[in-house]
Ligand binder design. Structure first.
Ligand SMILES: CCCCCCCCCCCCCCC(=O)SCCNC(=O)CCNC(=O)[C@H](O)C(C)(C)COP(=O)(O)OP(=O)(O)OC[C@H]1O[C@@H](n2cnc3c(N)ncnc32)[C@H](O)[C@@H]1OP(=O)(O)O
Ligand SMILES: CCCCCCCC/C=C\CCCCCCCC(=O)OC[C@@H](O)COP(=O)(O)O
Length: 290
């Protein structure tokens, strides 16, 4: 086609798209989420060959690759690629308590999970030698699944408690032999309604079985800038707090429920404080804090 003909179609189409995006909040929201997914897929496809070439396959080292360009050992490809996304979406993270990650040896990090945007928050503060537990369906997310696999994400079948438990017990052994930290979302699923879901117990069993500390991490609510029900996806500021480690030495299986409850209560209070919302009463909408 001649360039004049192409312009004749492309220009009005682009203008029409821009107009539609301006007019329809739903379309604008969907386009923005889609762009995020496309970005993740594209970035993963570009990063995966580097991981394969440099480290030869699946290893936690892929989360902290030496930069091929500047050979700077602190440059971590996956982490830095994902961290840069925030500039495109106007998101900023105010982080406190990073010093709590300076524990000797392995630990279990637990954090709240609100949306797919959490990957940016995760990479913002991800410590070295840390793998995540993810649902196995993520493996089939094209290049994103591949990069997770290469980065050492441990996949579990949430529909089978026995499978999840046996995978977790393997994780416990690897944690101590390979000195690896594990990041778990104890809610077990995303929850963007301005509160925390009750916690599943896997993370706390793991911490007690391996006698390692639990480090809670809390991200403030996204609801002021990201809300699928309201087609809202604007720029925003996320407050993040890494809380002091909770030591588990001497605890046994009988302490799991108490440890889980302690973490839940502390994290929920921190969540409301960071989000500027008050505690929810009987499922009602949180009120603005004083
Ligand atoms: C370039 C761009 C690309 C970006 C790439 C970046 C890579 C980053 C990747 C990040 C991945 C993020 C993925 C996020 C997710 O997928 S979240 C979803 C998956 N994660 C989880 O589900 C973890 C939390 N879930 C649990 O811990 C559960 O407990 C689980 C182990 C899964 C079991 O589930 P379920 O049966 O539903 O849970 P319960 O907690 O109710 O447990 C039932 C009873 O079993 C006991 N139990 C649980 N675990 C254990 C255990 N390990 N050992 C012994 N017993 C266990 C539990 O106590 C219950 O019994 P009781 O009721 O107490 O008697
Ligand atoms: C060739 C196959 C193409 C597949 C296309 C897949 C499209 C999606 C691609 C990229 C999206 C970016 C995802 C980043 C990773 C998100 C991890 C995440 O947040 O998973 C959700 C999981 O914690 C809980 O899942 P549920 O809330 O239980 O559900």
């Amino acid at each position: 086609m001649e360039s004049g003909g192409l312009l004749l179609w492309a220009l009005p189409s682009a203008l029409l798209l821009a107009l539609l995006l301006q007019l329809s909040p739903r379309l604008r929201f969907r386009a923005k989420v889609l762009s995020y997914c496309a970005l993740c897929l594209m970035a993963s496809a570009l990063t995966a060959p580097a991981c394969l070439l440099w480290n030869g396959g699946r290893t936690v080292e892929n989360m902290r690759l030496v930069c091929l360009i500047c050979l700077c050992p602190v440059h971590r490809i996956i982490k830095n690629v994902v961290r840069s996304f925030k500039y495109l979406y106007g998101l900023r993270f105010d982080v406190k308590g990073l010093e709590h990650f300076q524990v000797e040896g392995p630990c279990v990090i637990v954090s709240n999970h609100q949306s797919v945007l959490d990957m940016m928050g995760l990479m913002e503060i991800l410590p070295d030698r840390c793998v995540q537990i993810g649902k196995r369906e993520l493996l089939y997310f094209g290049s994103v699944g591949l990069i997770m696999y290469l980065g050492g994400v441990i996949f579990i079948n949430r529909k089978s408690t026995s499978n999840a438990k046996s995978v977790m017990s393997g994780v416990g052994q690897a944690m101590t032999t390979d000195n690896v930290k594990v990041w778990i979302y104890p809610e077990g699923t995303r929850n963007g309604n301005g509160d925390l879901l009750p916690f599943k117990k896997g993370a706390f069993h793991l911490a007690i079985q391996t006698q390692v500390p639990v480090i809670p991490v809390v991200y403030s609510s996204f609801t002021t800038f990201y809300n699928p029900e309201k087609n809202l996806f604007t720029s925003g500021r996320i407050r993040v707090e890494v809380l002091p480690p909770i030591h588990t030495s001497g605890m046994t299986a009988t302490d799991v429920t108490e440890l889980c409850d302690t973490c839940y209560t502390t994290m929920r209070e921190t969540f409301f404080r960071l989000s500027g919302t008050a505690r929810r009463v009987n499922g009602s909408t949180p009120h603005l804090a004083q």
